[in-house]
Write a protein that binds this ligand. Sequence first.
Ligand SMILES: [Fe+2]
Length: 418
Amino acid sequence: MAGVPPGKTYTPGLDFSGVTYTCPAKKAQSEADRAHEIIKEKLPLLHQINALLAVTFGDRPTFFVDGRGDEAKILESCDDEPDCRLNIKPEYIIQFYENKLEPRYGLFKDAFFNEASMPAGKIPVAINAFSRLPEPTEDVEQVKRDIEEFGYGLAKNVLSPEQVAIMRKAVVEQAAGERKAGIAQVDGGPDGPNQRLWTLINKGDDFLDLLNHPIIDEFIPWALGEHAIITTYTANIARPGNVPMQLHTDQVAVQPPIRDIAFGMNILFYLEDVTEKNGATRVYPGSHLGQVAPEDIFTVEGSAPAEAPAGTALIVDSRIWHATGPNREEAGERPLILLFFMRSFIRQQENNFLSLRRSDVWPKLSDRHKRMLGFYTTGALGGVDGEVREGLFVEWKDGVGRCGRRMTGVRGEGASVG
Ligand SMILES: [Fe+2]
């Protein structure tokens, strides 16, 4: 694995520590050279930016791409103040060029961990132009049409007011408990006003029961096929004063980018009337199809708030650009539950195989839960010790994993084959 040195060698004769192939310094130089060549090749187009860019490849000297005139030029030095400064790995330029990396993602990829990688300066914002946007509706076929056209839809009254109250209480109490225990996971700025609850499958019977909701059966197989599994099951509470989240798509892990199909679908259960002011999820309508994308992923300018009353489910295609919005209220909070499915061959973000070893939760899981969580073989995936026949549950027995029962019906209990 790249960048991870080998550990101790156990077998005499199998020590590979003296073997090297590519010299890192040589590789870095060759990538920088290649990235320069690519920029040079693209100069006839780069006047379109109508701006002066300062570009730095890691610790190499900064150079300038001057696209202010009719013909763009590369300059080794320039006394003018650049419109934008980019500090980027040359390998990303190569990957953009070879269509192996989503450009917008790559531009900001390292900024999370390395402040110096944050593009700085004036970056224009994309403009959306639609004559209408999805409205909350109980007509699921309309919601599907909205998802196809806009990348998201709003299914109204998925939860009754009583059910909203139950789930809201579950989220709020769990959040308070995690805060009290000093294990709250917060984000949304330096003071961390937003709180996120992870692995809800472990956090109460209410969350197990929500997985029986038929809205899942209505939308997930329609979008992702029969074997989609839960990649994350979380709650997010946006509180006043938060900083809007970085815009992203939920399939950024799919690199090289494959945007022709959705790999995931997220169902967001609204547990509060969600408004632009209290932190509605911000979306770029139509961006799932690729023609619309934010210029700057650190601002929600140009995005639309997905407003809807409590009890609505916002259902989103994983290709759409979106983010938690800013909560500009004086008080209160905006809790919601995010149930995110991905196709069965995508690695899950939450490692349920480890987190579900809790002895009090595992016995409560139905076949439906286990299937949704990935404890089930599909295709040639998910087996134990070579067993990959389609349709087997995997389980723990005497402290080890094994393949066990076979599914006998869509929702029925399995019959033992083990
Ligand atoms: Fe997201």
